[in-house]
Write a protein that binds this ligand. Structure first.
Ligand SMILES: [Zn+2]
Length: 212
């Protein structure tokens, strides 16, 4: 057992209160203390963050190698600040990240990938193949709606990740009380960046149509 505030080892403590910082805990309620020591927990989190960092670096160099500046811009402008926030967030956190908040940080990008790839499948089924030209020729009304929603959602998430996210990261770094949020903000940005890389793995004719 370890204190959620100061990571002090609580096993063998006579009172149900941290001797170091006085935070109360209940040995019968696991939510009131940390099971794993801080350095071990952070080691695992750094491992995950390093895997994300490698993916962002791959995106950066693939963007340069394949003359797809888009990938490079996203990796530098969203992945870069996101990784800084994520590593700093892990360093500053005293307690295990909330699984629900972590899920909320990942969810917008999962939705984006879901919309994007279901659009590819929907389009291939409606047209009986990939579109030969740009534009919405031969699209059914449901495909038009699917396309509209996906484009709108992509634009919105991109805009938020370029404007609101960096601002929130700066505020959360500056204020002591909100530093715990840095981990989730970083996670959100890094996963969005990696999701954009994953979108680029779609078949080339679909990507040509998407970007035109
Ligand atoms: Zn304590």
């Amino acid at each position: 057992m370890f204190c959620k505030t100061c990571e002090y080892e609580l096993t063998g403590t006579l009172e149900n209160r941290c001797p170091e910082c006085a935070r109360p805990f209940d040995p019968g309620t696991p939510e009131t203390y940390e099971v794993m020591p801080g350095h071990r927990r952070r080691k695992r989190q750094y491992l995950v963050a390093t895997a994300f960092a490698l993916l962002v670096i791959v995106m950066l160099f693939e963007g340069i190698r394949r003359y797809e500046p888009w990938l490079t811009y996203i990796a530098v402008l969203i992945g870069g600040p996101g990784l800084i926030a994520l590593f700093l967030g892990i360093h500053l956190r005293r307690s295990t990240p909330n699984p629900l908040l972590t899920l909320l940080a990942v969810a917008p990008s999962a939705l984006l990938l879901g919309l994007f790839y279901s659009l590819a499948v929907h389009m291939h089924q409606t047209l009986g193949g990939w579109p030969a030209s740009i534009g919405n020729n031969g699209f059914s009304s449901s495909l038009n709606i699917h396309d509209g929603v996906t484009s709108w959602y992509f634009g919105l998430t991109l805009l938020l990740n370029l404007t609101l996210m960096p601002l929130l990261m700066l505020i959360s770094t500056g204020l002591r009380q909100t530093r715990g949020a840095l981990y989730y903000l970083g996670m959100n940005a890094v996963v969005f960046c990696v999701a954009n890389g994953a979108m680029n793995l779609a078949p080339a004719p679909f990507l040509n149509w998407w970007w035109d």
